[in-house]
Structure formats: structure tokens, C-alpha cells
Design a protein around this ligand. Structure first.
Ligand SMILES: [Fe+2]
Length: 362
């Protein structure tokens, strides 16, 4: 039921007005107030759908009452019809409209005029209320969605941070595992330990020179540090034999790539460490071992490690021969560039030594 509030300082006027409206608009409820202040209070508590407001009242007149109603968040949307005896006073009308009144009704009140004005403002109020409700519910939906989206984003962020931490701790764990393996090799075979370290350093430098992503470079570095781990399973007397190896002895040595893979294959890591070690003796023309892989079928990490391994091995002293020197090693890479060794890797390696002053550290 729609409610109408009538504010007038004269009880007689209120009684007449109420009787009139009750009679002509029985679907509406009437509320009355005998002063501007009382009207403002009732408007705030009852929230009527329209206000009939007498202009001329003692203490607080209709203009001030209207101004206060319009500045209150709760009542500013309620339409106000001002009732004035001064029919021909245009200034009052303008003043009333300026402070937010919707229309004017002249005394003595014409019944038809009163009903039509009240009906019009009630209809407008109803339509505006529906619009406001619609807008409020849309705003609520937007707010809810925004809040749930924010929650989702921060949840995802937390999950990402957790994942990042897990990844970091996993990488640390892999690093520790590798370090343990390096120490194991050092104890048994100091020669191989030095070879692995220098090969890893060179492989890392080549990968950096090629502009590869840091993640790949890190993987190469780790795999390089243990690429001959499989030699732990080969009898020491064969590894350090000062004379030429027999065919059987050499085939035993070749097993170290696969043995290394076996040792590393269960190490949980985001890098293909076991595969890099398995492939570090493959050659791009398919003449390598153990699987005669060709070209791009060999991991880029393994193609890089292969070049670093050969350069380090040839340049350095071995138990069974003196070192051949870095120039001989680089000639080997240059002569077999694109045949045994990946061209880009070979070029990067040659640039490092010949143009950028790279040196193997003993
Ligand atoms: Fe090797």
C-alpha cells in the first residue's frame, strides 16, 4: 500500500485533506504531521511515497522543510507537492522547484487537481523506485562478482607462490643431490671430477653465448657437472689404463652414458638431466652412441655438452696421454662443424675461445 504524508500546522486542514484523499484514493494510507519538524521525522521513519507540504507554517516553513527533506539520503527521493495560498506568486513557485519540490497546488484545493497531481507523483515514484531497485541489484551483483574475482585472484596468487616455493626447494634438493654425486666421483676418480667441472663451465658459457634461456643454462650446468657419473660403474683399471684400450674395454667405457642415465633417471627435477647425460656422446650425423641419434633428435643441452666434453678432453692431460692443447681441440670442432657437432654450438664455442678470451680453469 502506498503512503501519503500531509504536513500542515492547522489540524483542520489536515483533517479535510485526509478525508478527501481517503475517500478518493482508498488504496493509499494517510499519515499526518502538524509541523515541519514532525513531518521530517515521520518522513524519515515511515518513508511515504508522496508528501503534501503546506508552505506557510510557523517555526519552520514549507521551503525549509522541503530543503531538509531533500538533503536527507532517506527522504530525498520522495516527491513533494507544495500547497500554497499564494496562487499568483511566481517567485515562491520557482523557489520551491529550485529546492526540489515536484509541483505546486493552490489553496483553496481543487479536488480533481489534487487527485491528478498525487496520482502523477505516485506513478513517477513507483517507476523511479523500480529503476533504483534494479540499479541497486545490478550494483550488488557487480560488487559480489568483483569480490569473488578478487578472492579468486588472491587464491591463485597464493597457489602460485606456493608452487614457486616448492619448485625452488625442489631445485635446491636437486642441487644437493648433484653435489653429493660430484663428491662421490671426486673421491674415486679426481681426474674425471676435474673434467666434469671444466666441461660444465664451458657448456654453460656456450649456452650463455648462444643466448639460451636461463632455465636451460641451469640444466646444462647441473647435467655437465655429473655427465660422466656412469663411469663409477666401470672398473678403475680400465678408466686409467695407460695403453690403448681393446674393443671390449672400449665398449665397456661407452656404457657410461647409459649407466649415467640409469643413476639419474629417478632424480625428481624440472630439467631432463638423465637424458642430457644419456645423449652427451651422440653426434649430429648419427655416428655417436648409445642410440645413434641425429640432429635435432639430440637435446640442445646434449649437443652443447658434447662440444664442451670434447674440447675439455682433448685440451687436457689424460692418464694415458698428454694434453693435445686447446688449438688442436678447437680445430677438431671447426673441422667437424655441422658433421659431428651442431654448427651453432661449434660457432659459439670457437667465438668464446678465439674472440672472447675464454679459458679452461685448472
Ligand atoms: Fe662422457
Amino acid at each position: 500500500m502506498q503512503k501519503i504524508l500531509a504536513i500542515d500546522d492547522k489540524m483542520d486542514n489536515l483533517i479535510t485533506l485526509s478525508a478527501l484523499l481517503k475517500n478518493l484514493m482508498p488504496e493509499c494510507a494517510m499519515i499526518t504531521a502538524l509541523s515541519g519538524m514532525e513531518g521530517i521525522e515521520k518522513a524519515g521513519s515511515e518513508l511515504p511515497d508522496a508528501i503534501l507540504l503546506d508552505v506557510k507554517m510557523p517555526d519552520m516553513d514549507g521551503f525549509e522543510t522541503c530543503r531538509r527533506l531533500m538533503s536527507d539520503e532517506r527522504t530525498k527521493h520522495i516527491p513533494v507537492i507544495m500547497i500554497t495560498a499564494i496562487k499568483t506568486d511566481p517567485e515562491s513557485r520557482i523557489k520551491g522547484l529550485d529546492i526540489g519540490a515536484n509541483s505546486f497546488l493552490a489553496k483553496p484545493i481543487d479536488e480533481a487537481e489534487l487527485i491528478s497531481q498525487v496520482k502523477v507523483v505516485l506513478r513517477i515514484k513507483k517507476a523511479e523506485d523500480a529503476l533504483r531497485e534494479e540499479r541497486d541489484s545490478l550494483e550488488r551483483v557487480v560488487e559480489e562478482r568483483t569480490a569473488s574475482l578478487r578472492a579468486e585472484i588472491s587464491e591463485r596468487k597464493r597457489a602460485e607462490e606456493k608452487l614457486q616455493k616448492t619448485l625452488e626447494s625442489l631445485r635446491k634438493a636437486v642441487g644437493t643431490t648433484i653435489q653429493v654425486m660430484v663428491s662421490a666421483v671426486e673421491v674415486r676418480d679426481p681426474y674425471t671430477a676435474g673434467h666434469q667441472t671444466r666441461s660444465a663451465d664451458l657448456a654453460q658459457a656456450i649456452a650463455t653465448e648462444m643466448g639460451l634461456p636461463q632455465d636451460i643454462i641451469d640444466g646444462i650446468s647441473l647435467a655437465g657437472a655429473i655427465h660422466d657419473i656412469g663411469k663409477l660403474s666401470i672398473p678403475a683399471e680400465i678408466l686409467s689404463k695407460p695403453t690403448k684400450l681393446s674393443e671390449i674395454e672400449f665398449s665397456l667405457i661407452k656404457e657410461h652414458a647409459r649407466k649415467g642415465f640409469e643413476i639419474l633417471k629417478d632424480v625428481e627435477s624440472s630439467w631432463p638431466l638423465a637424458e642430457i647425460v644419456l645423449q652427451h656422446h651422440e653426434r649430429v650425423d648419427g655416428s655417436g652412441y648409445p642410440e645413434n641419434l641425429k640432429g635435432d633428435d639430440i637435446l640442445i643441452e646434449a649437443r652443447i655438452l658434447a662440444v664442451a666434453d670434447v674440447v675439455e678432453s682433448m685440451a687436457s692431460h689424460r692418464p694415458y696421454r698428454a694434453g693435445l692443447g686447446i688449438n688442436t681441440a678447437l680445430e677438431e670442432i671447426e673441422n667437424n662443424r655441422g658433421i659431428l657437432y651442431d654448427s651453432d654450438v661449434a660457432d659459439a664455442c670457437l667465438r668464446l675461445f678465439r674472440e672472447k678470451g675464454f679459458k679452461l680453469v685448472y
